[in-house]
Design a protein around this ligand. Structure first.
Ligand SMILES: Cc1cc2nc3c(=O)[nH]c(=O)nc-3n(C[C@H](O)[C@H](O)[C@H](O)COP(=O)(O)OP(=O)(O)OC[C@H]3O[C@@H](n4cnc5c(N)ncnc54)[C@H](O)[C@@H]3O)c2cc1C
Length: 482
């Protein structure tokens, strides 16, 4: 008799649905339980909607910052300036955003069901009985109609994601005080937007709304924006933000936000009160791990409520795996998907490569974008990695000059002896596309000589990556001699 492994996945975001596809391919009987719709927050409220909004913002910025230099004329209407001539209809933009998100969720549902996966709508949790004698576990599904269904699984994957953190004295009302999931209901562009939080989400929205035409104040509790990113990259972005008129407030926290008529007052830890028409709170997220019977089943959580996992996505409870934002390992859709796939390869006895975070490419979708892979400047500074660094400003790149690009750089890190590329940062328009050759080099342990010897198109921004590699070839020789 052929033994079919039963897999139940709780959560249908990238961590869950990518795992489901792999498990079905490997011949398992797979059920995905999701309460909001396949694609998860990544597709319905976070990644896909924000990047669709940013697509409009990107066109606005590119035009606004370069049209004069590139010789484009704009018909002036009664003395109005160009920004007013090319204004945005936010209601229309947001309807497009939501349409795309729903279509994407629908596409994912189709491909998952076509692969033979059963999709159940409802809230999943672990049954309290622990592991049965046959090693299986119980998953309970609370359906929207109030019924409860019991499923048995040989392996369970928890991929329930996370939700926005709320500051007690800044309760979102969905109209003027908003979380990032609520901004797509706005019909009109906020005149004055206060963005609280200068991590990736805060910086992306601050940059996007500024490009769309809002007057933006960005409240950062740290010395600079994007405290987790490459310091040179963060400096470029903060400089661009300020030059374009953003009010960036550093080293101060928002303690509360309240509505006063049609305005919002945000009280800061330094006693100041900032006023705007809208406030977007982007102060981190909370894992969706409460009331799921996890600890009762032996699944250990850390102090932030995130599920502790190893590099093959195992939790502390046998037969229970976890992937994605509920583990807090690296809050990216690509990492969630990889963790989910790895869990299934492991559970179903296939060849498995443990998760390697040093090859993850990530991007901040601001203008300019900031893309990163591998070891960082902080790793080099604290001695975690011995590396030689070269940073080439894009000002000297011929294509960048032609396109009127002034801000940005390419930075490469390589090992001093071998010249193996161990990391890189690209700050440029479409850096998300330009980082790929560096990510390939890091993943395949290529040397700077190998990167430098591959042809690049002339003229191209990626020419700067090859040039940085050439300069590292000289630098590492000089370092070796000294
Ligand atoms: C504004 C924003 C922009 C982002 N942009 C990017 C980006 O550009 N690129 C990138 O790589 N990452 C991005 N991220 C991060 C990315 O969205 C997450 O890392 C990704 O969504 C994690 O996937 P996941 O599968 O863990 O969870 P999710 O995508 O959150 O999916 C979890 C699913 O589980 C469901 N669920 C929760 N609890 C239960 C339960 N008990 N029972 C059943 N279902 C349940 C939820 O409803 C949801 O559908 C962004 C995040 C934010 C906030």
């Amino acid at each position: 008799m052929v033994h079919v492994t039963r897999i139940v996945i709780i959560g249908g975001g990238p961590g869950g649905y990518e795992a489901a596809l792999v498990a079905a391919q490997l011949g398992a009987e797979v059920t995905v339980v999701d309460r909001d719709g396949l694609g998860g927050s990544a597709v319905l409220t976070d990644c896909v909607p924000s990047k669709t909004l940013i697509a409009t913002a990107e066109v606005m910025t590119t035009f606004d910052t370069s049209y004069e230099e590139l010789g484009i004329t704009v018909a002036q209407d009664g003395g109005a300036d160009a920004a007013k001539v090319i204004g945005v209809d936010l209601g229309k933009v947001n309807r497009r955003v939501k349409r795309l998100a729903i279509a994407q969720s629908h596409d994912i549902t189709q491909s998952v069901t076509r692969a033979g996966v059963t999709v159940l709508r409802g809230r999943g949790r672990l049954g309290s009985g622990g592991q049965a004698v046959d090693g299986s576990r119980e998953v309970l599904v609370d359906a929207p109609d109030g019924t409860v269904q019991s499923l048995r699984a040989d392996a369970v994957l928890i991929a329930t994601g996370a939700h926005p953190r709320v500051v007690p004295d800044a309760q979102p009302d969905g109209e003027r005080i908003l979380t990032w999931t609520q901004v797509y209901d706005l019909e009109e562009l906020p005149r004055e937007l206060i963005v609280v939080g200068s991590g990736v989400t805060g910086a992306e929205f601050a940059g996007a709304y500024q490009a769309l035409g809002s007057k933006v104040t960005l409240v950062s509790s740290r010395d600079r924006v994007l405290p987790g990113e490459d310091p040179d990259a963060a400096e470029v972005l903060e400089d661009v933000f300020r030059r374009r008129g953003m009010n960036v407030m550093s080293r101060t926290r928002a303690e509360g936000a309240k509505r006063v008529g049609d305005e919002v007052e945000v009280t800061l830890s330094n006693g100041q009160v900032v006023t705007g028409t809208h406030c977007l709170m982007a102060v981190g997220s909370i894992p969706n791990t409460a009331e799921m019977g996890l600890e009762e089943a032996g699944v250990k959580l850390n102090d932030w409520g995130q599920i502790q996992v190893d590099r093959v996505s195992r939790t502390s409870a046998p037969g229970v795996y976890a992937a994605g934002d509920c583990t807090g390992v690296f809050m990216l859709a690509s990492v969630a998907a990889m963790q989910g796939r790895i869990a299934m390869y492991h559970a179903l006895g296939d060849a498995v490569q443990p998760l390697n975070l040093k090859t993850v490419a990530s991007n901040v979708f601001t203008d300019p974008e900031i893309a990163t892979v591998g070891y960082t400047a902080a790793d080099v500074e604290c001695g975690k990695m011995d590396a030689v660094v070269v940073k080439l400003p894009l000002r000297g790149n011929p294509r960048a000059k032609m396109q009127g690009i002034r801000d940005g750089f390419v930075k490469l890190f390589c090992r001093p002896g071998t010249g193996i590329v161990v990391g890189g940062v690209v700050v440029a328009p479409r850096a998300s596309e330009l980082i790929h050759p560096i990510a390939l080099a890091v993943d395949a342990n290529l040397t700077v000589e190998q990167v430098a010897s591959a042809f690049t198109v002339y003229p191209s921004v990626s020419g700067s990556t090859a040039e940085a590699a050439r300069q590292l070839h000289i630098r590492k020789r000089a370092d070796g001699e000294s």
